[in-house]
Design a protein around this ligand. Structure first.
Ligand code: 6PG
Length: 240
């Protein structure tokens, strides 16, 4: 459920190794590895580790299909773009077929972008349940994850897989809990002292996913792992 690493570098290296193992396993069992990347700054180092020979050569990139958990509605080249971050830190450095990279294109109307991305996911998963092999997530200091912000209607969305968050600046498009919780594996990456208080609240506070949407991520026993560093874990009364 939770693994504590001495620092962000050790965590990032372990996250890259976990990605490689999950990709190998999925490619062996299903012929493809379907992953949703996290945004924000925390995963950047893990993405960079995946470009290093020992990780890069361990991933069957021809079998990898990349999606995103959420996106900021800015142009692709904007440094705030999650797709840009992943491109820069990882995707331009590895031999993944470009047609297997599925960014959330949300220039223009975020609502339309959400509908388009849901249609893309439904076409991709066809009849099969929309089961990502791996979803990477971060944790915001207010308890948000992906772009599921506290008290936002997208948190309780049951029907749609993708929602627009117009109140954010810039607006966002996000996967909803209804698809996040169908994943084979969800891994949270959380580092730094500034996350200690919210990590304690999410882990040891009352169950209140509207207030702390990260609590709503519950794909089932054995399918969720929190990878945190010692600074972020400093507020926990015990390691579960
Ligand atoms: C985003 C993310 C968001 C992020 C958290 C943590 O687009 O911003 O998907 O959920 O994971 O805000 O961000 P940091 O890793 O930058 O602290």
């Amino acid at each position: 459920m939770i693994r504590v690493f001495p620092d962000a570098e050790a965590l990032s290296r372990a996250a890259a190794a976990l990605f490689a193992r999950a990709a190998q396993r999925a490619a062996r069992l299903a012929g493809r590895f379907v992953v949703a990347l996290a945004g924000g700054q925390t995963p950047r180092r893990a993405y960079e580790w995946l470009t290093r020979p020992e990780c890069r050569e361990a991933v069957p990139w021809e079998a990898v299909h990349v999606f995103w958990g959420d996106e900021r509605c800015v142009p692709f080249e904007d440094p705030r773009s999650n797709a840009w971050l992943a491109h820069e830190a990882l995707l331009q450095h590895v031999p993944i077929p470009s047609h297997q990279i599925h960014p959330i294109r949300c220039e223009g109307d975020p609502e339309e972008a959400a509908v388009r991305y849901e249609a893309l996911l439904r076409a991709f998963f066809r009849e099969a349940p929309p089961r990502f092999d791996l979803i990477l997530l971060g944790l915001g200091e207010d308890g948000h994850t992906a772009s599921l912000f506290p008290f936002h209607p997208a948190v309780t969305e049951q029907r749609r897989w993708v929602a627009a968050v117009l109140e954010a600046d810039p607006p966002r498009v996000t996967l909803t809990l209804s698809i996040l919780n169908q994943a084979r594996r969800v891994v949270f990456l959380v580092t730094g002292a500034r996350k200690a208080e919210i990590l304690r609240a999410v882990w040891e506070g009352p169950f209140d996913p509207l207030r702390w949407p990260a609590q709503g991520v519950r794909p089932g026993p054995g399918r969720i792992l929190w990878m945190v560093d010692a600074e972020a874990a400093a507020g926990l009364s015990q390691i579960w």
